[in-house]
Design a protein around this ligand. Structure first.
Ligand SMILES: Cc1cc2nc3c(=O)[nH]c(=O)nc-3n(C[C@H](O)[C@H](O)[C@H](O)COP(=O)(O)O)c2cc1C
Length: 452
């Protein structure tokens, strides 16, 4: 049965940084991941003895594109899009089984105490200890289709969390419709499952799609589910920890601030309340944390599936689009595309489409195929030499956007599209070297530095 454990077993030891001594959980995983990032290092972090808690914590699984690609069944980052789209187009529905390790221990009523979980503080201004790595599973109140997504949960007591559904995705829609029926929304929070389920939960797919079907597609087999003990929901049988409960209808209270993907601490919150009915878990569970803020892990998890999905939609209309990158520097607000331009105006067409497909975007830059869109110096070179501001860009004011952008105004932002592709009457030739000279240089360097 695929689980977090089968994935951890498959990881090469050199990709894991283990801490065998007792470690403070407040801030430490975040500080370590961000310090390592500065050196371009993205190991998974494994804390065997968190101070004051009786279970290990793993974090930073999703910090590198190659590791995410392997979770999706591709050998490396270059193969991710194809692997993702194969799963999206060949979903495998989950199946219900009678029992599973996630219910080896069950706490209900007065026995519930989420404070015993190694939920950490991540950033200095955070309002408290937060779960940012919980997959919230709920059901469409009208159709019953399951939905998986992430929403930050501020621990407020043994059985109480504050929640922010600010991306106003499907769970927000479900809650509003439940409220209209006068009902709370039942939600199961899954902590620690096979990372393929995390990738699927982070994806924005149609409301009629159960993300677990895509996770099954990624794994090539159905996900086994067990029925929750206190709510009408099914959860991965091999998960580590599940918190069963309800998002309250028509009730709000203060929540936040929290260090968000934008790189800012934000008070913006839908201020929802999540009340816990049960905690079920393995006898010796592993707690999975996700490094929040604009860490590599948070941003990559949020955008890998989106890139694949949006790229495919773009190519359906503009087949000459070659690649799409959401750079880390732009949090989720910038994107670069490369294309083999055949006619003038084609880049603008692709840019408009891109803005239409993703409301978070504020800046999109189109470049030619010879520009490496994963190298921002190359993007700036294209801007420096192929772009004129008076003719090659357009601005669309006041468009719906993501409210967490601190510069947005009343939930709207301007969209800036830049066409940095070579104009038609361009007569400059890019400098180049003869291939034999490059080969000579490579051989000479290989002789001087054989270890490379
Ligand atoms: C690690 C992580 C944390 C997230 N935290 C939140 C959050 O606190 N609130 C929120 O509204 N969206 C959050 N999101 C975004 C949604 O979970 C995400 O957009 C998801 O795809 C929405 O699912 P849906 O399309 O099924 O509604 C987070 C995403 C990730 C990857």
């Amino acid at each position: 049965m695929a689980s977090l454990r089968t994935f951890l077993d498959s990881l090469p030891e050199e990709e894991i940084l283990r801490f065998k001594n007792p470690m403070e959980m407040d801030y430490t995983p975040t500080a370590l991941a961000l310090e390592l990032e500065k050196e371009q290092k993205f190991p998974m972090l494994w804390f065997e003895k968190p101070n004051g808690f009786d279970m290990p914590v793993v974090a930073n699984i999703f910090a590198h594109r190659d590791r995410i690609a392997r979770i999706a069944g591709a050998p490396d980052a270059a193969g991710f899009n194809q692997a993702w789209l194969r799963a999206e187009n060949n979903p495998i529905a989950p199946r219900i089984v009678d029992s599973g390790p996630v219910q080896e221990v069950v706490f209900t009523g007065d026995e519930v105490d989420v404070e015993t979980l190694p939920i950490s503080r991540h950033f200095q201004a955070d309002a408290g200890r937060y779960i940012g790595s919980g997959i919230l599973m709920c059901k469409d109140p009208d159709t019953g289709v399951r939905n998986l997504s992430f929403q930050r949960l501020q621990m407020k007591g043994r059985d109480r969390f504050g929640a922010s559904l600010h991306s106003r995705g499907h769970i927000w829609d479900h809650l509003i419709r439940s409220q209209n029926k006068g009902k709370n929304l039942e939600v199961a929070v899954v902590i620690g499952a096979h990372p393929a389920i995390y990738l699927a939960a982070a994806a924005k797919v149609a409301m009629e799609v159960d993300e677990l079907d895509i996770a099954g597609g990624l794994l090539g087999k159905p996900i086994d589910l067990v029925k929750c003990r206190t709510i009408d929901m099914e959860v991965p049988a091999s998960a580590e920890i599940v918190i069963e409960g309800e998002l309250l209808a028509n009730a709000t209270e203060d929540e936040g601030p929290y260090g968000e993907y934008t790189g800012y601490s934000t008070y913006r919150s839908t201020r929802n309340i999540f009340m816990v009915k049960a905690v079920t878990r393995r006898r010796e569970p592993i707690y999975l944390d996700i490094i929040p803020g604009n860490s590599s892990e948070h941003l990559l998890l949020g955008r890998c599936a989106k890139e694949a999905h949006v790229f495919e939609r773009l190519r359906e209309v503009v087949p000459d689009v070659k690649a799409l990158n959401y750079p880390k520097s732009g949090t989720h607000f910038h994107a670069y595309i490369s294309l083999k331009k055949r006619v003038e105006g084609q880049a603008r067409h692709a840019l408009m489409l891109l803005f239409g497909l993703d409301s978070y975007l504020k800046l999109a830059i189109a470049v030619d195929e010879d520009i490496d869109i994963y190298n921002e110096e190359d993007i700036l070179f294209a801007l420096a030499t192929r772009f004129q501001a008076d003719t090659d860009m357009f601005v669309v004011p006041k468009v719906f956007c993501n409210r967490l952008d601190p510069s947005s105004v009343e939930g709207m932002s301007a969209k800036l599209g830049i066409d940095a592709t070579i104009p038609q009457d361009f007569d400059a030739e890019r400098i180049a070297l003869p291939p034999e000279a490059l080969e000579r240089a490579r051989l000479a360097l290989a002789e001087l530095f054989p270890e490379k």
